[in-house]
Design a protein around this ligand. Sequence first.
Ligand code: TXA
Ligand code: MG
Length: 351
Amino acid sequence: METTILRIEDVAAQAAEIAAAGAILRGGGLVAFPTETVYGLGANGLDAAACAEIYRAKGRPSDNPLILHAADRAMVDRAAREVTPLAEKLFAAFAPGPITLILPKRAEVPPSVTGGLDTVGVRLPESDIARALIRAAGVPIAAPSANLSGRPSPTTAAAVAADLLGRVPLILDGGACRFGLESTIVDCTGDRAVILRPGAITRDMIAAVAGAADFDPAIEKQDAAPRAPGMKYTHYAPKAPLTVLTGERAHLAAAFRREVEKRQDAGETVGLVVSAEMRAALHDLVPPTLMAIYGAQGDLVAMAAHLYEALRYFDDKAVDALLGEGVAPEGLGVAIMNRLEKASGGRRIEA
Ligand code: TXA
Ligand code: MG
């Protein structure tokens, strides 16, 4: 299959191209498109056959449900049977934006889309390209992240192409995604908000609106069974095995130095996913081409935005191992550490 990559600079000026992309979706085809979190691989969310193409293109296990994207609050009602009072509050506060709410599903949503669950994840993306595309399609759009299953989510069109070239007809290129991590997922089926996947909308932000918010135990403990089925798979994994180093900043550089030297002595070529400060501290040990910088220390917004690109940077580098710099698990740091934890399969060194 030939893949077209279409740059979208201006949604209004390119209305005809967006309409054509919407028609592909409506007709059962796939379109990869940017959102403010990560790129999504879209299909008509009410069409089981179209959604089956998503699973095929990604190599995704079929028990891992898709989330549906709506252009406006009215379209949410075509996916969800009921929008609970808790969900109304969260939509009012955070939508459109990087949040997905789990709600009772409508019968019109095929069971294959929700992995047989009687709930559905619904998200109102903020990206103007995403919204225009969904509006043009006229149906809720199922869209997982536009990566091959198990790989880091794509935050640029080039990253989508690296995984899906030849597997999808069309990639809309809207530049780099603003947040860079997938949406916060909140189970809103009960009275109390339960966060199934941490993201840019933090627990404190949700608690401020909902009165309280819990993390699903699986976010904090590796052995608990996750309620977002996708969270159980190895995820976001770079091609070389990643180990995450965490701890007090004062000790972290020394711990990195020890670990790099140990591995280099064993003949390994080591790549680093680190802050600008750590690069400066280790520049005598590791060449600049083997260090991907994901932000300045403490700049969690930049780190979240660049994490997946930093992991993907090493896809075509001959490295035996990657060492990543952890952050304090507070605020947005919870989401960053959650993705690092998954990308590393739990390999961690505490400084
Ligand atoms: O930011 C995002 O959410 C991106 C962009 C493209 O919108 N999408 C995304 O989709 O990250 P995906 O499929 O990669 O992740 C969705 C997660 C999966 O872990 C899935 O298991 C979980 O949501 N999920 C979907 N439906 C669910 C449901 N009914 N109950 C619990 N978890 C659900
Ligand atoms: Mg994904």
